[in-house]
Design a protein around this ligand. Structure first.
Ligand SMILES: [Zn+2]
Length: 350
């Protein structure tokens, strides 16, 4: 007979096996001395297993992940969880209340890890989060979106040279994986250096709720939980899927070669060939137009959404693949599958 699993302790919270709990990590104060807290949710399964940390809004205006975490926590499958799920849906609370990517001192919290008690505001919040939250977890999925006025095709980023990371990235189940070493100071970076396999999910645009990105994210998080043995394997899984996630060989940005008004007819996920016309930049009256063409074959995994651009501005993000046909097939199947799927009785956001 197995011993009863012990309670899970994080911050001032103690959660018994089979229970849920919520607490707040005191991150900072407003000028008014109003306390500003990072909300935390814990689901502690009855049986042993990994401790998966789900984070969102580390860039305070990136909202799809906030809704993804809400839906994951409500999902009925979570009742059968093995191991422990720790969710921090709003890491950058300052940015979240100001609808901003940054902290009040204009720092990017996702460049402040591992942080310290004696550094900047960002360093202190990062230090607190590393010590009080990350240190208790064994795996990380960090949820992001594109920046303001930029959309990302749902994609996973991770250091795929690390086998555990590559396995998690594949398990998320998206057609596109960008293998990339983490940026210095990011949560993903510090997790990696501490032996916590970490992936980043990127989807959609800042300051929006986008149903497709949210559904893909919920489904991906549940798939990672299954992959880690934290949920039982799904019945509908394996066999029916005709494609495999593909890791990009490299990626590059296509930039504006002049200032002006920008028009494009190419959507995210489009498969482009070298030399294909991606868009046009000219004066508001249509004078002095120049073509923007694809510098290489690939898939559009990111794009600018605002038609007013300056020279040098990033317009398109193209990921290059050896198995381009496989990616195109995967994207097509994936998108139609996602539209059909009823997301566990959640009314879609439109
Ligand atoms: Zn982000």
């Amino acid at each position: 007979m197995a011993q009863r699993r012990s309670s899970f302790r994080i911050c001032d919270l103690e959660v018994a096996p089979g229970e849920r709990g919520a607490t707040e990590l005191p991150a900072a104060q407003l000028y008014t001395h109003t306390q500003l807290n990072i909300p935390l949710q814990v689901v502690h399964g009855r049986r042993d297993g990994p401790v998966l940390l789900l984070t969102a809004a580390i860039h305070g205006d990136e909202l799809n992940g906030v809704e993804i975490i809400r839906r994951v926590l409500k999902h009925r499958a979570i009742r059968r969880l093995r191991g422990t799920l720790v969710a921090a849906p709003v890491v950058n609370v300052f940015g979240f209340i100001h609808r901003s990517r940054y902290l009040p001192d204009r720092r990017d919290l996702n460049r402040c890890f591992p942080g310290s008690d004696r550094g900047s505001l960002g360093a202190r919040i990062a230090g607190l989060f590393t010590r009080e939250v990350l240190a208790h977890c064994t795996h990380l999925v960090d949820l992001h979106t594109g920046a303001i006025h930029r959309s990302n095709l749902p994609q996973i980023r991770g250091d795929v040279d690390d086998e555990a990371v590559a396995d998690m990235a594949r398990a998320f189940g998206l057609p596109v994986i960008l293998g990339s070493p983490p940026l210095d100071g990011s949560l993903r970076h510090i997790a990696g250096t501490r032996g916590v396999p970490a992936i980043v999910y990127e989807a959609g645009e800042a300051l929006r709720f986008e149903e497709q990105c949210i559904r893909a994210g919920v489904r991906g998080c549940l798939s990672v939980l299954r992959h880690l043995g934290m949920l039982p394997a799904s019945r509908r899984e394996s066999g029916s899927q005709q494609w495999e996630p593909v890791i990009a060989r490299s990626s590059q940005w296509v930039r504006a070669e002049q200032d002006g008004v920008f028009r494009t007819h190419v959507a995210l996920g489009a498969h482009v060939r070298k030399g294909d016309l991606l868009g046009v930049i000219g004066s508001p009256e249509g004078e002095g137009e120049i073509d923007i063409v694809a510098p290489a074959a690939g898939v559009l995994v990111g794009r600018n959404n605002i038609p007013l651009v300056n020279e040098g501005e990033a317009l398109f993000h193209i990921a290059r693949f050896d198995a381009l046909g496989e990616v195109a097939r995967g994207l097509e199947d994936f998108q139609s599958d996602l539209l059909e799927e009823l997301s566990d009785a959640e009314p879609p956001v439109v």
